[in-house]
Design a protein around this ligand. Sequence first.
Ligand code: ATP
Ligand code: MG
Length: 354
Amino acid sequence: MSRSYKIAVIPGDGIGKEVMPEGLRALQAASQRFGFQLELEHIEWASCDYYAAHGQMMPDDWKARLSDKDAILFGAVGWPATVPDHVSLWGSLLKFRREFDQYINLRPVRLFEGVPCPLAGRKPGEIDYLVVRENTEGEYTNLGGVMFAGTEREIVIQESVFSRHGTDRVLRYAFERAQSRPRKQLTVATKSNGIAISMPWWDGRADAVGQDFPGVRVDKQHIDILSARFVLQPERFDVVVASNLFGDILSDLGPATTGTIGLAPSANLNPERRFPSLFEPVHGSAPDIYGQNIANPVAMIWSAALMLDFLGERAAHDAMLGAIETVLAQGPRTRDLGGRASTTEMGTAVATLI
Ligand code: ATP
Ligand code: MG
């Protein structure tokens, strides 16, 4: 039986509209070479253009329209000149994350040949790890409030919420990823010396879940020294798992150590596949460079590759990453990498090698 996947394609705003065609070009090449079908539905909502016409980011029945999809491929959202960022973000992406229970945020971090590294003396291959961030609970809540407001006694309280269900599932996912990699090493971000209730508990859950993964080497590190080691000793890491806040910080810091923001991909996963997962570049809509066809398409293409990996097309993922690797090393390269190629030229070069 032929493999076929239903994909919602949402370019969104700004350079999302310029890099998406390159993501699709690469997917097209992969589907031809590896013999699977993609049923693409092109969607113009979840964009600020749609907002301008309808006063909201998405139609009311957005959830029903996406529920039968195997995955969502997303460009970028945000056009602050016309729609405030919190409106565009909460009206689209954050709804997907919450309502589709995409509780894993995954960011691979890798240093490629041909990309200047901000860390001195690092060689390609020396940085190659995965950051797994809890994406739905933890430190990001609306629980709390201000007492004695406006007085000298003013106190503000903001709660964190960690459920056993929510914690165990992200830890389990991270252990599984670690187990499937050659080094089988998992770093658990913590701060049990300072955050005296939730973090010792989090460490305990890591021990409990780890019982099922005797082959994985576990290493707990406090978030402060862990961040320093992302910069000083990135070669130490294989898979890193963190709570929502710590993971938020690490998943920007990690990619930053490997060069341009135009390379970093991400996945928002519902691993049980009860709902579609979403794949998107880490970068935003970049209004400053939109319309010039100079955006780097690699983050978009790599995100599309992560999507195929999630759908079970591992060989296609590997071929796409190999093509990215070759083009980064040999060119053509976009301006952010010191080259002069357009988005289209770089994207076409990648697709040709798949
Ligand atoms: P967010 O959407 O997360 O709020 P932002 O608006 O803070 O993001 P971006 O839109 O990612 O930031 O842009 C930050 C900077 O990086 C800009 O100067 C932009 O031109 C540059 N940039 C972002 N993506 C790319 C890309 N794919 N290629 C080249 N430069 C990029
Ligand atoms: Mg922005």
